[in-house]
Design a protein around this ligand. Structure first.
Ligand code: CA
Ligand code: CA
Length: 221
């Protein structure tokens, strides 16, 4: 009885407060030295995933921009880019898959990518809206043992960064699951109806190590 009463008080007070603090990464300038290393909850031995993040950048049509990098010793196992022509791309060791969707800008975009090895189905979601499905890297497996880097594209295990590929802007709520979330779950994440965190990368509890000029700020959402 006492326990349920205190749970009720907790639920009511959470509802009244209504906002949570979230850490956010601000990359203020173009560098080859600023990056953040994220420690996942488990190894990235993946045959399916959903990767989501909120981000904004004013780099428009100027150059390619790395949005997410996971590299093992010899391979870019999982990279997400904003290409020179504004398209989004996913690379799982080798040739990439490209999506012509609205470009990133100064206003935050909620971005998700889903991929499943069994079918090869890959899709991108911007603010909860799904792209067409493409078929990419059927029966491929992503390997564990690498590092997750935000802000730079490593060309060796943890280096070979190029300023002209770096991320400049703001990025947060980077969550990753080892499964394909449904379209409605992704819509609820985008609109914050669902605050579910990833089971591979959990942004709320993630251990992040920042290097160089990255500001880790906290804001209420
Ligand atoms: Ca590079
Ligand atoms: Ca690379």
């Amino acid at each position: 009885m006492q326990l349920s009463a205190s749970l009720l008080i907790l639920a009511v007070s959470t509802a009244l407060v209504g906002s949570v603090k979230v850490k956010s990464l601000v990359f203020p300038t173009e560098t080859s030295t600023s990056y953040v290393e994220v420690t996942p909850l488990k190894g990235l031995q993946l045959s399916a995933f959903t990767l989501c993040m909120r981000l904004a950048t004013e780099l428009r049509g100027e150059r390619e921009v790395i949005l997410f990098a996971y590299r093992t010793q010899d391979f870019d196992e999982l990279n997400v880019w904003r290409e020179l022509d504004g398209r989004f791309s996913l690379y799982l060791s080798g040739e990439g898959v490209f999506f012509s969707v609205p470009e990133l800008g100064s206003l935050e975009t909620h971005l998700c990518i889903t991929w499943d090895s069994g079918s090869g189905a890959v899709a991108i979601f911007l603010d909860g809206r799904k792209s067409l499905t493409k078929i990419y890297k059927k029966n491929h497996n992503i390997r564990s043992g690498g590092k997750i880097i935000l802000g730079q594209d490593p060309d060796n295990y943890l280096g070979g960064f190029e300023a002209k590929q770096s991320f400049v802007g703001e990025m947060y709520d980077v969550n990753m699951w080892d499964s394909v979330l449904s379209h409605s779950e992704i819509q609820d994440l985008a609109s914050r109806k669902n605050v579910r965190s990833g089971n591979v990368i959990d942004w709320h509890f993630a251990n992040i190590q920042s290097h160089g000029q990255v500001e880790v700020i906290s804001h209420e959402v």
